[in-house]
Ligand binder design. Structure first.
Ligand SMILES: *Cc1c(COP(=O)(O)O)cnc(C)c1O
Length: 500
């Protein structure tokens, strides 16, 4: 069963939780009990492929799904049609310490595919299991990558409509085109005059608006979310933490029981939280390293215990991490306070009312045992891309480069020699302009269109353009809607043709 981080809702089954997306009264669902595995149980899974590892781990959290249902969903998600690599998420052995976990071989070229290729299948089953007759409306706020991954996952799925809100001008050109060229009869994409936090706040407010939900219910609609506030988004991400460890064991790169580090370029704190669940389940992890860009609110929080929104929102070359309100931190704090819902309620109320909250030293200490945090500036990020390309002929995207740079600083400061897996969260061609600028030392192609830049990057790096990005040029832009950030609720009503 699943419970609310704010102790304000009855416990729910996995199906209900995936269907609801977030706790209707505010708060996030977490597993009432986290299954703990022994070292032997983990090692026994050595040699299993990605699908087998996914079947095993998902079954521990989805007791109301049969194993046949789980393996059908897993088979529909992780196959060679959707992923351009047979291992789904292969490890690239970079140097003595570092392995890059390439999470970008899916249909939209970012790690969100690992979750969003699976989640629609889980949700379809969940709707069936809970005898849902209403049409489900998936609301998505995106900083760039979730939007397209969710559109691809949900397009033309029966009984579902999907509406995506993205910050106009706050995503890369390639990301925007990926979204606005999406076909499918049930897809809606809206550019918002605001930043990601505006989009996410508005979507959360719609969930919390009980008048609106009941009006929508009368029209036959139920709302859900494909953001990482939905447990169905987080759970699939636990799989690649285990799978990468098992691969290192199988290769003899680490010995049984030996701990490793994971570096995670972080925005909404979803990916790294999945890593923490893996650790809590018994995966031998030494440190989870939380990497931020110049929006370094998490770095400061983990160093001081104080989370403070009073700062400038920066647009960086790693736009998928341009986030100030990291939703999944709430789940982490719930666990790190020993599941103290009273504290969570207080801190979240402070955040809402005053734009800041501070945790107690006990909580901060407990966090420091497992988590390290750092950030990279814009200059450092581009320099890292250049360095890695020049020295190793390997192309990093801007987000992965933030992770790489933060790890370099971490190792300098700590001398930690632990083997380290850096999550490579996006394919470099998704952020071609910045990556090309990084490897050429300056922006030679100002004013040039995106497609010339893709080709120029391919020529300069001698790496082929990711297949998902090749046909963008010939695709028609189908979504043109733009709205003010205050109009998001209105826009939803318009799309669903609710005139109230
Ligand atoms: C979404 C995203 C991130 C941030 O992941 P969170 O789960 O939000 O912390 C990092 N890099 C890329 C490329 C992304 O798309």
């Amino acid at each position: 069963m699943y419970i609310s981080t704010r102790d304000n809702y009855p416990s729910m089954s996995a199906s209900e939780v995936i269907k609801l997306g977030m706790v209707p009264a505010g708060g996030l669902f977490v597993p009432a009990e986290i299954p703990v595995l022994s070292g032997e149980e983990i090692l026994a899974r050595q040699g299993g492929d990605y699908q087998e590892t996914a079947n095993w781990l998902l079954s521990l959290f989805l007791p109301d799904f049969t194993s046949a249902e789980i393996s059908t969903c897993v088979g529909q998600a992780y196959n060679e049609e959707n992923f351009a690599h047979p291992q789904i998420a292969p490890l690239n052995h970079f140097d003595e310490h570092i392995y890059f976990l390439e999470l970008w071989h899916g249909p939209t070229a970012a790690f969100k595919d690992l979750a969003l290729q699976l989640m629609p299948h889980l949700l379809s089953r969940a709707l069936f299991k809970t005898h849902t007759e209403q049409e489900t409306v998936i609301l998505v706020a995106t900083s760039g990558d979730t939007g397209k991954a969710a559109l691809e996952g949900f397009k033309n799925v029966q009984g579902i409509k999907i509406i995506v809100f993205y910050p106009q001008g706050g995503v890369s050109k390639v990301q925007a085109l990926q979204m606005t060229t999406t076909d499918g009869a049930n897809t809606y994409v809206v550019a918002v005059k605001g930043n990601f936090d505006d989009c996410q706040n508005a979507v959360k407010a719609v969930f919390a608006d009980s008048d609106l939900s009941s009006a929508l219910a009368k029209k036959g609609y139920a709302l859900s979310s494909a953001n990482s506030i939905n447990w169905g988004r987080l759970l699939p991400q636990v799989v690649y933490y285990f799978q990468s460890y098992l691969t290192l064991i199988a290769q003899g790169a680490v010995s049984p029981g030996e701990k490793i580090n994971f570096v995670v370029p972080t925005g909404n704190f979803g990916n790294i939280l999945a890593g923490w669940y893996a650790y809590r389940m018994g995966l031998p992890v030494h440190k989870l390293i939380c990497a931020s860009n110049e929006n370094k609110i998490l770095t400061e929080f983990f160093h001081t215990g104080s989370y403070d929104l009073h700062r400038e929102f920066k647009q960086t070359s790693s736009p998928s991490m341009d986030i100030l309100v990291s939703s999944n931190l709430e789940r982490f704090l719930f666990e790190k306070t020993g599941r103290d819902a009273a504290k969570i309620n207080r801190w979240m109320a402070d955040l809402q009312a005053k734009g800041c909250f501070a945790v107690d030293t006990g909580t901060l200490k407990s966090i420091e045992n497992i988590l390290a945090a750092g950030y990279a500036t814009e200059e450092e990020t581009l320099k890292a891309i250049n360095e890695v390309f020049t020295g190793h002929a390997y192309l990093l995207d801007t987000h992965t480069a933030v992770g790489y740079r933060v790890y370099q600083k971490y190792r300098q400061q700590t001398g930690d020699q632990t083997k380290t897996v850096i999550n490579a969260t996006a394919n470099p061609f998704k952020f071609s302009r910045s990556v090309l600028k990084a490897i050429q030392g300056q922006d030679f192609l100002q004013g040039t269109d995106e497609f010339s830049i893709l080709q120029a990057l391919s020529a300069a790096s001698r790496v082929a353009v990711h297949p998902a990005l090749c046909d963008l040029q010939v695709k028609e832009v189908l979504h043109h809607t733009v709205c003010e950030k205050e109009e998001i609720g209105q826009e939803i009503k318009k799309i669903l043709q609710c005139d109230f």
